[in-house]
Design a protein around this ligand. Sequence first.
Ligand code: 2AM
Length: 564
Amino acid sequence: AEAGAALQTVPAPQALVPVATKEITVLYGTQTGNSQGLAEQFSQQLEERAFDVKTSSMSDFKPRDLKKLSNLIIIVSTHGEGDPPDDTLQFHEFLKGKRAPKLEELNYSVLALGDSSYEFFCQTGKEFDERLEELGASKLAPRVDCDLDFDEPAAEWFAAVLGKLEEQSGGAVGRPVVGEANLGTPAISSYSRTNPFQAEVLENINLNGRGSNKENHHIELSLEGSGLTFEPGDSIGIYPKNDPVLVDELIAEFGWDPETPISIKANEPECSLRDALLSHYEITVVTKPLLQKIAELTSNEEIKLLLEAEDDSELREYIYGRDLLDVIRNYSLQSIPADKLTSILRKMPARLYSIASSYQANPDEVHLIIGTVRYEAHDRDRSGVCSVHVADRIETGETLPIYVQKNNNFRLPENPDTPIIMVGPGTGIAPFRSFMEEREEIGAGGDSWLFFGDQHFVTDFLYQVEWQNWLKDGVLTKLDLAFSRDGDEKVYVQHRMKENSKEFYDWLERGAVLYICGDEEHMAHDVHQTLLEIVEKEGGKTPEEAAEYVSNLQAEKRYLRDVY
Ligand code: 2AM
């Protein structure tokens, strides 16, 4: 029931185009790597059943080839406020446009990933699905929209798609080739998102100086014995625990017994209610689907009114910055039984952090920067679940459940001589430390240029000594800093880019790859505008030409973003 509740489906398909082919193309669009992970997993299963599978990122697929396909599955996530991930942009544009061909010969299905705490839940998947249908393609199986806890609904969707594919290709099931396929390939770790590794914390220090407004923890984790490896650009997923004070408050509010046994997963041992709320469920975010399910458990009319309103705006405003405890108190829902409530909560999602070290330079270790999130909202102190767990409650010697999340969208250039420009204010610095460690380790010759910024030079220059040493040794070619609160006027990284406009453009012209990491809503957006301005000015281009130049950079994978 849990997984079923998390998914929404659209009406069933019309008759399929009859094709006795075992060819199938799997395209993914991913920002943090989840869609890619699923695409690879499903492709492997298709191969094991003797399908002829082509799997690729949408950014590596020529949209014109669409006409040649007979079977297509799309696995795509939605980013931010309903935005398509960067690696889908070209394909998305093409499909939306007038040049998109009729696709009456095509059978397809879409798996959409998203987060129901956002208004435009699974928007990108919906758009692909609707557009393909409009172009005349037929559905192998209805689209499924997955929330953060996507494993089960994704597997159900895949089973439906696979069933159809086998039916239409004559039902011949190929022999599994797992054993053979694995011959000669290096052993891969048995640890994954669904089976995290307990990594010992070797180091946990606040990088910011006394008096800073910021608190960024440098964490070193041991990977010894895990078999886990990674590349610069990858992330680490951490499963945190909720704040025990909040958990106890919630239990007290309901008057529940903390030892009440709770079943987390069918066929697995039960655990205590308190442990369930600490480790297994999300209690700090309220989503519309959650409120709908809560409303079904009570006779409270007020909450139903909030949900029934024509537009969502009042509901969105209410949800913003509130948690489960607020909802229970505001709507007097104390009579809900513990097992009923836990059965509708989302599973605790892992938090992703861009890796800040190089595996080549430090095998058996991984370093992260975790920015501590603390704020006040609706008269209560709030804290970021993972960041405060790590900052306040995790000491060296203790462990954290982690996994490696691959991110092929944020890689160093294959050629070590290719110049790179890195823009990473605040915690956005993380992957660039990994880039520098890697380039130093392999003796890469390419130029590199870092733009870093934060509030104050004295307290917030993250890894100052390391950057200065890399600059001295020539691993880093150029360093530009923007400390926003040291002078009378705010200075941001994009101001430094602008001051270096000519040189910036020259680097791009000689093939540099541009990387942006950090805050999406403000920083990455403003940096993008500045990039357009620089190209316009230094390239002598019209705004349209500049936009085309930048979108070509993106298509050539020379403008890459890891933004959040
Ligand atoms: P501020 O907090 O002084 O406004 C890392 O958090 C750094 O990014 C800080 O110096 C912060 O400045 C800055 N920052 C905030 N908004 C930004 C924006 N729109 N563009 C670039 N940097 C920004």
